[in-house]
Design a protein around this ligand. Structure first.
Ligand SMILES: Nc1ncnc2c1ncn2[C@@H]1O[C@H](COP(=O)(O)OP(=O)(O)OP(=O)(O)O)[C@@H](O)[C@H]1O
Ligand SMILES: [Mg+2]
Length: 213
C-alpha cells in the first residue's frame, strides 16, 4: 500500500508520523520503502541515524523532492516493496502533488489549533485535483499533538471541524503530544522500539496503524 503523509502546513508532524508508520510496518516483517519528499531531508536523516545505530529492521529510504523524479522512481521500483510511505514536504510542492497521484491513502496530520484546521481546506483542494485525474484516493485527517485527556475541548472542536471538509474522513485515533515521539525520532526509532517504553504512545500509534492498514 502507498501511504502519503502530507499537509501543505509545516510542522504538523508529517515526518514523525511517516517514520513511525514505516518502522511499525517493517516491524511486522513488511518490506518498506520510506520516501522523503522534502528538501529538508529530515526523514532521511532519521533513517541514517537508525542505520548508523545498527537498529533493525533497516528501512530503505530515498529522498526525491522533485515530483517527476518521485513519480518515475515509485513507478519503476515500487513493486519491490510491500508498503511505501511518502513524507511529502510542508508546502504545495511537486513532490506532494506527485505523491497524491500515486498514493492509495493520504494521511493528513493536523494539530488541534485554528490555523491547522483552516489549512485542511488548502490541502482539500489538492485532494480534489488528484481525484480529478485518478480514482480511489482515500484521505484521512488525524490529530497529532492532541491535548492530553479524552475530552479536551480543543481536540473535540478540531475533530468536529473535519466534518466541514468533505474531502477527509476523520480518523479517531489521535496521537497526543508526548516527549516519546521527539525522543525516539532523535535516535531514528519509532515509539514502538524506544526505551523506556511509553505505553500510551505505543498504544496510540498501534491504533493508528491498525486503522490505516
Ligand atoms: N505527537 C507529538 N508529540 C510531541 N512532539 C511531536 C509530536 N509530533 C511531532 N512532534 C515534534 O514536533 C516537531 C515537528 O514535527 P515534524 O518534523 O514531524 O513535523 P513536519 O510536519 O514534518 O514538519 P516540516 O513541515 O518542517 O517537515 C518535531 O520537533 C517533532 O519531534
Ligand atoms: Mg517534515
Amino acid at each position: 500500500m502507498i501511504v502519503c503523509v502530507g499537509n501543505t502546513k509545516g510542522g504538523v508532524g508529517k515526518t514523525t508520523l511517516a517514520v513511525n508508520l514505516a518502522i511499525a510496518r517493517a516491524l511486522t516483517g513488511r518490506d518498506v520503502w520510506l520516501i522523503d519528499g522534502d528538501r529538508q531531508g529530515t526523514a532521511q536523516t532519521a533513517i541514517s541515524i537508525r542505520a548508523e545505530g545498527g537498529h533493525s529492521p533497516g528501512i530503505a529510504c530515498s529522498q526525491y523532492s522533485d515530483g517527476p523524479t518521485l513519480r518515475a522512481q515509485v513507478q519503476q521500483q515500487g513493486r519491490k516493496f510491500d508498503d511505501i510511505i511518502i513524507d511529502a514536504g510542508g508546502r504545495d510542492s511537486t513532490a506532494l502533488r506527485a505523491a497524491l497521484v500515486l498514493a492509495d491513502v493520504l494521511v493528513v496530520p493536523f494539530q488541534p489549533r485554528s490555523y491547522d484546521v483552516w489549512a485542511l481546506a488548502d490541502i482539500a483542494g489538492l485532494v480534489d485535483e488528484a481525484r480529478s485525474v485518478r480514482d480511489g484516493l482515500r484521505a484521512f485527517a488525524v490529530l497529532n499533538c492532541a491535548d492530553p485527556g479524552e475530552s479536551s475541548a480543543d481536540n473535540l472542536e478540531a475533530a468536529a471541524a473535519v466534518a466541514d471538509v468533505p474531502q477527509f474522513k476523520y480518523l479517531a485515533t489521535p496521537l497526543r503530544r508526548r516527549k516519546a515521539y521527539a525522543n525516539a525520532a532523535g535516535s531514528g526509532l519509532s515509539v514502538l522500539e524506544a526505551k523506556p517504553v511509553d505505553r500510551k504512545a505505543v498504544d496510540e500509534l498501534q491504533a493508528l496503524v491498525n486503522a490505516l492498514f
